[in-house]
Design a binder for this molecule. Structure first.
Ligand SMILES: [Zn+2]
Length: 106
């Protein structure tokens, strides 16, 4: 089960990094151009930057959580709540393999 979780965490990490790169890539120009037709150029750029910024922050946070789960796995404490030490239910880990807390502390 840990092997599967390890693979899931690694896959998620790769996915998050790809999404972050895509956000920073210049092909976002298309969206800016579309927004510019409705909003005017300068406003469209601001909206675009805010949206990308928010998404980027969310991805960053998720990446940190994935890395924390990987760290706990390396310490042999994967699947155990980092607050109270209770085992995290398997169905919770199945949905979010990067959970580092039990339901009560999540
Ligand atoms: Zn707990």
């Amino acid at each position: 089960m840990q092997d599967q979780a390890r693979r899931q965490l690694a896959a998620r990490e790769t996915q998050i990094r790809a999404q972050m790169e895509a956000l920073l890539a210049p092909d976002a120009e298309l969206t800016t151009a579309a927004l510019a037709r409705c909003l005017g150029e300068s406003e469209a750029i601001i909206v675009e930057q805010q949206t990308a910024g928010t998404a980027h922050t969310a991805l960053q946070e998720e990446l940190e959580q994935v890395q924390r789960a990987q760290q706990r796995m390396a310490q042999g404490r994967y699947g155990v709540c980092e607050v109270c030490g209770t085992a995290i239910p398997e169905d919770r880990l199945e949905v979010r393999p990067w959970s580092t807390r039990c339901v009560q502390h999540g």
